[in-house]
Design a binder for this molecule. Sequence first.
Ligand code: NAD
Length: 489
Amino acid sequence: MTTATQESAVLEQVATGLFIGGEWVEAEGGRTMTVSDPATGEVIKEIADASPADGIRALDAAVAAQDAWAATAPRERAELLRRAFDTLMARKEEFALLMTMEMGKPIAEARGEVNYGGEFLRWFSEEAVRITGRYGTNPEGTGRIVVSQRPVGPSFFITPWNFPLAMATRKIAPALAAGCTVVVKPAALTPLTTIAFVQLLEEVGLPKGVVNVVTTSGSSKLSAPIIADPRLRKLSFTGSTEVGRSLMQQAAQGILRTSMELGGNAPFVVFEDADLDAAVEGALLAKFRNIGQACTAANRFIVHESVADEFARRVAERVREMRVGRGTDDGIAIGPLIDDAAVASTDELVQDAVSKGATVLVGGSAVDGVGSFYAPTVLGDVSADARLLKEEIFGPVLGITTFADEDEAVRLANNTEYGLISYVFTQNLARGHRMIDRMATGMMGLNTGLVSNAAAPFGGIKQSGIGREGGFEGIHEYLDTKYTLIPNA
Ligand code: NAD
């Protein structure tokens, strides 16, 4: 449990301004906005609220810094990222506490996010010095083909509230490694972690203008002119599919490179030959981590009819033990949802499923009192027409439906416009390999409920997005390929 003194010390250190061209400045007209703790509803910080003109000023700074940053030695960029990683690890507790205060996740999970978010700094510090090309003779034997990689250029990042640190570092680290400058706009609900992270970058030697941060309550108004500006070369967005679609339309005008990490509706398939203990552990992780507010959250539990009752019984037993409360308190498994609107929409999905025949095994309602809490919930016998099978739940609600054979499981699992991640539990090796081919998702957890790793390409297919973050693939989102022909002399 943290003390009020620890909490105010951490909040006190967070800057209140916009970070433009290496300076902390006020928003146009001195406008401000507030940030609240979703566990208490209390305002915890007042920060600058950027106007569209402030956004363009940030882009001006990124454009001004671009050429010099692209010309730095890869080793220099690598070492900046490495220093950022080391410093972040040294300050893990501060960052974890800040994230829990503005977003609500249990402090142990916030520490996990500092580790995960930090790994992108370490991974891309290692990748910065491995940007390569190729050199060869053309088939005619008349010249040399030279292929090289160049930084894309000034990039604009829009990040969501659910992983305040990792969604920022997953974009900033590869961009810096590749030699791109950046404007980042964090979510209005959780901007403090990004601000603190950029303060850290500044401290470890970030040159002026290479990363700029604009916090705003007017996301679309600020973003549109930046995206329309011909100097911008790249847009990377993590958030809902609906907003992603609109941003892609805007980006089409400038034929911008885009990376879109969008919504999910992950199936969690438990075959009759699964290790049920492992499936239960995986389910708890895939569903209740981040209070169910993850794009990778298991959304639909598709369980073989012969093991469904036993799986439901074991999961319900564990969920009943979960403690709900402020993420800073000891032993909390379920913190608050991000706001009251999220509680209302989660409850709507639960009541819809119940009205269509689902049985409530645990939970099933909001928690009375201060803060935006929803009881962790397990629903059995969810019918095929329930909304929670089609929509992203984004809350601590686990709904179970059944299947009879593998073909039906695959059909149910793939019956969605989303394609981010799937989870499959089976001890049959041949079936496991078959499911890699049959699941229509960009990622898959085979007998595990958590796959995220900075060394692996994260991303979706279908309406879950375009592009990959992390892995060897991640840096290529920020590099253009250039081909040069040199005729033989
Ligand atoms: P959101 O789409 O509402 O907002 C995301 C960001 O976009 C925020 O910064 C918001 O201020 C901004 N925004 C909203 N409308 C905008 C507009 N018209 N123009 C410009 N910017 C705008 O999503 P959210 O509620 O913050 O996050 C939850 C969503 O994000 C879920 O759908 C989740 O699946 C998705 N998500 C995806 C991934 C992934 O990697 N695929 C990771 C985390 C979250």
